[in-house]
Design a protein around this ligand. Structure first.
Ligand SMILES: O=C[C@H](O)[C@H](O)COP(=O)(O)O
Ligand SMILES: C=C(OP(=O)(O)O)C(=O)O
Length: 355
């Protein structure tokens, strides 16, 4: 029969519902408590109630679950060492927003070969998140597809809305209903206003359409997320974490009625997409804090077991510990930067005597 529908649809198939996958891979009571406690710690940092500094650290994207576990075990051990001054949250990113086209992350294409076994991707992703939460490490992720959020959000302590989606009403609405703090990246051109508008929007109540636990379509009414905040990632080839940017941003945020609580992404345009520059952003942030800047609440580092990045090549298994998206610092540099940050914070708080 002739139809005006599905002209550009190649195929459709049923996916297990969020409720079905969550009941197959449930969060234990202990894990629920860990997630809730980590979220509260992050809220306290953003509120300025806790003096701890948040470091969101981990791969640009995860493509090998076993390498991710090895990374998480190392990060957990290090987080124990620095936990008096630093809250470490692991980047566990399964969805990649692309500038044009490219691999979109483990959930979309877990076999890295354009077979797009999304059901398998969701299972692997959720299982991995639960293992990392069980290790005692809080998890951060980007919420890109609003439906995918329903499959994993219960395990997440901190979420991001990316630079390419911060302007979208869909993502601001999603942020308004998320149960954890949500960081909105500034726009890809490096300006702040889109993210400030996103924060105001996400802190408000919304009504919108989404997918329910059982897979049916439903109407969601949200309360607004009081912990929507900004993440600076630079843009147009320029960093935007300098003291002059922070001063300008704070004025703009106060004008919008938002108490400034800022996270600096040391990667992306803040590193000119070169992992070797991430330490420069981190050092600048620590200098500003030493000079008395109290709106800088945390940083993000893109880090993997090994430094750099690699391209996906058809028929070849990529190295498990090297990024297949943006370049990352390797483990050795990661550990060094975290320990240096711990030491710098000790000096700032006057706590280093006897170390
Ligand atoms: O964080 C990852 C990338 O910067 C983002 O996904 C965009 O990547 P692309 O410009 O390579 O598509
Ligand atoms: C895609 C990312 O960042 P941005 O949205 O800032 O480009 C990311 O952090 O993985």
């Amino acid at each position: 029969m002739i139809s005006s529908n599905n002209i550009n649809i190649a195929s459709r198939s049923v996916l297990s519902s969020p409720g079905a996958i969550r009941s197959e891979l449930p969060l234990s009571l202990d894990a629920v408590i860990k997630v809730m406690e980590a979220r509260q710690e992050i809220c306290d940092i953003l509120d300025g109630k806790s003096k701890k500094f948040m470091m969101i650290v981990g791969p640009c994207s995860i493509h090998d679950p076993e390498a991710a576990i090895e990374y998480a075990e190392r990060l957990k051990a290090l987080s124990e060492e620095v936990k008096d001054r630093i809250l470490i949250v692991m980047r566990v990113y399964f969805e990649k927003p692309r500038t044009t086209v490219g691999w979109k992350g483990l959930i979309y294409d877990p076999d890295l070969n354009k077979s797009y076994n999304i059901e398998k991707g969701i299972f692997i992703a959720r299982k991995l998140m639960l293992r990392i939460v069980d290790l005692g490490l809080p998890v951060a992720t980007e919420m890109l597809d609003p439906i995918i959020a329903q499959y994993i959000a219960d395990a997440v302590a901190w979420s991001a809305i990316g630079a390419r989606t911060t302007e979208a009403q869909t993502h601001r609405q999603l942020g308004s209903g998320l149960s954890m703090p949500v960081g909105f990246k500034n726009a890809t051109d490096g300006t702040f206003q889109t993210a400030i508008d996103a924060i105001s929007t996400a802190r408000s109540e919304h009504s919108f359409i989404g997918v329910l636990e059982d897979g049916h379509v439903g109407v969601f009414r949200t309360r607004g997320n009081p912990y929507a905040h900004i993440v600076l990632r630079g843009g147009s080839g320029q960093p935007n974490y300098g003291a002059e940017h922070i001063a300008f941003l704070k004025v703009a945020m106060r004008k919008a009625g938002i108490k400034p609580a800022i996270v600096v992404d040391c990667s992306h345009a803040n590193s000119n997409k070169n992992y070797k520059n991430q330490h420069i952003a981190l050092e600048d942030v620590l200098r500003q804090i030493a000079d008395g800047e109290d709106a800088l609440t945390g940083v993000m580092l893109e880090s993997n077991l090994l430094p750099g990045s690699q391209k996906i090549q058809a028929g070849c298994r990529p190295d498990p510990g090297i990024s297949i998206t943006d370049s990352c610092i390797g483990w050795d540099e990661t550990a060094e930067l975290i320990r240096r940050t711990h030491e710098a914070l000790g000096k700032i708080h006057g706590e280093n005597s006897g170390e």
